[in-house]
Design a protein around this ligand. Structure first.
Ligand code: ZN
Length: 208
């Protein structure tokens, strides 16, 4: 059996716990390269729980998945946290931050939606990016709704309790845009990872 990512023998360098108990799709070597840094990060009025530090190993894994269209990797990202997410947010519906329509077409899959597939919570495909729409003639309230270039899809009825999920927190602007679009609901926010600028600040470290 080979590792889904590095293509080397899954069991070499592993141990019984990793191989048989966690059933992690990544081999132990690949998993240990990712840097766990659980924090809660505040971006304006939004609080984001994040698990990994976004550094070169995670970046390469995400590139392989998102830009090389290696959809088989979809479960590896949130795999170690799937029970933490389930217990913490058991009564919420997952809504993911949308990609642009161009990216969705290029990839042929919604990388964020696929990434949360294996988490046993309900999911709702509720948001979309607004593209090529002039804001010149929009009213103030319509402009507010378009913050972050994200809107609720036509006809979607939002649930009351939402878990908003994204993959990387850098400036936080796209997550904040999505968060504000959903602001009349009870929204918790989760990001797979955050960059080192967030890590260096004194944010609350959390225990998984
Ligand atoms: Zn591996």
């Amino acid at each position: 059996m080979k590792c889904i990512y590095c293509d080397e023998d899954y069991f070499s360098g592993s141990d019984l716990f990793h191989s048989y108990m966690t059933r992690d799709p990544l081999c132990k070597r690949c998993r240990e390269k990712l840097i766990l840094d659980p924090v809660i990060i505040k971006v304006k009025e939004m609080e984001v729980r994040s698990y990994y530090l976004y550094e070169e190993n995670l970046r390469d894994l995400l590139i392989q998945y998102k830009e090389c269209y290696d959809e088989a990797l979809k479960d590896v990202f949130f795999y170690p946290f799937k029970y933490d997410i389930l217990f913490r947010y058991y009564d919420r519906v997952i809504i993911t931050v949308p990609s642009s329509k161009t990216k969705l077409k290029e990839r042929g899959f919604d990388h964020m939606r696929s990434m949360v597939d294996h988490i046993a919570l309900k999911k709702l495909d509720a948001l979309e990016k607004i593209e090529d729409i002039s804001q010149t003639h929009k009213s103030e309230s319509q402009r507010k709704e378009m913050l972050g270039n994200i809107k609720v899809k036509d006809g979607v009825v939002l649930p009351h309790k939402i878990l908003l999920v994204d993959d990387v927190l850098t400036s936080g602007s796209s997550l904040l845009g999505a968060y504000r679009v959903l602001c009349d609901r009870d929204v918790k926010v989760l990001s797979l990872s955050h960059n080192s600028a967030h890590s260096l600040k004194k944010h609350v470290k959390v225990v998984l």
